[in-house]
Design a protein around this ligand. Structure first.
Ligand code: UDP
Ligand code: MN
Length: 257
């Protein structure tokens, strides 16, 4: 049958969370054979995410993985930034290895952050990935888009300004998908929480033994943007505190937002 698309999404509690997850679910619902693995950055499963996932009717798996409050910095590496979503993605990879078998399960693995914007076409492009598929990502790297650069139909370089020479796979998390078998057969491959931000993608693909020649360009030979690295503004609710002084009641805490 149709290969399954395993989508791993790290997520954390904040005011915009349900809106973000709703935007993703709306797209995922119109794509067949999706298995959505949602990994909450929390100690316990939140009622909001639990109820939301159930309500989508999608095939979902709800997991937990807490990011430690402090990421230890070595003295010689003062510029390490706090990683976002790294341990959660690894928890998703562990779940795949514990629950799927390459003899029975065929598909592709995609890391979909909860704040990006995904087109349905993106998933049709990635579904038949043999090793690793790649495509452009819009609104990232302080450019209009970042993209693989092709020579004679093969990826030879990267359209990006940021660490172009230092990164073997100089693309965003949203810019690639990996065949499930590759994930299952390289059981130690994972994201490295100590890696500098921006080096997560390269680290994972190197731990999977991927080379440039393995990359399969999608989205009209990497000329079409089908996913956008959008970032949602934090919600501002400072008028709640002013409501009582003005003779009004604050928003009903029983109403889920
Ligand atoms: N995330 C998380 N815990 C955090 C911060 C972020 O699980 O403390 C998730 C977030 O929901 C998203 C992913 O990690 O799915 C990447 O985070 P973000 O979009 O903030 O990173 P950026 O796009 O700024 O690199
Ligand atoms: Mn983001």
């Amino acid at each position: 049958g149709l290969p399954t698309i395993y989508i791993i999404t790290p997520t954390y509690t904040r005011l915009v969370q349900k809106a973000e997850l709703t935007r993703l679910a709306t797209v995922f619902k119109s794509v067949p054979n999706i298995h959505w693995i949602v990994v909450e950055d929390a100690q316990v499963k939140s009622p909001l995410v639990t109820k939301f996932l159930r309500s989508t009717g999608l095939n979902t798996t709800h997991l937990l993985s807490v990011t430690p409050p402090e990421v230890k910095l070595k003295e010689q590496d003062p510029n390490w930034l706090k990683p976002r979503g790294v341990l959660q993605r690894n928890t998703g990879l562990s779940w795949l290895r514990a629950n799927l078998n390459a003899d029975y399960h065929h598909g592709v693995v995609y890391f979909a952050d909860d704040d990006n914007t995904y087109s349905t076409e993106l998933f049709h492009e990635m579904r038949h990935t043999k090793v690793v598929s790649v495509w452009p990502v819009g609104l990232v790297g302080k450019l209009r888009y970042e993209a693989p650069i092709l020579t004679n139909g093969k990826v030879t370089d990267w359209h990006t300004l940021w660490y172009r020479r230092e990164r073997k796979f100089a693309m965003d998390m949203a810019g690639f998908a990996v065949n499930l078998r590759l994930i299952l057969e390289n059981s130690l491959a994972k994201f490295d929480i100590t890696a500098k931000r921006g080096f997560q993608e390269t680290g994972l693909l190197q731990s999977l033994g991927v080379t440039l020649s393995d990359l399969e360009p999608k989205a009209k030979m990497c000329t079409e943007v089908l996913v956008w690295h959008t970032r949602t503004e934090p919600a501002v609710i400072k008028n709640e505190d002013k409501m009582p002084a003005n003779g009004y009641e604050q928003s009903d805490p029983n109403v889920e937002v």
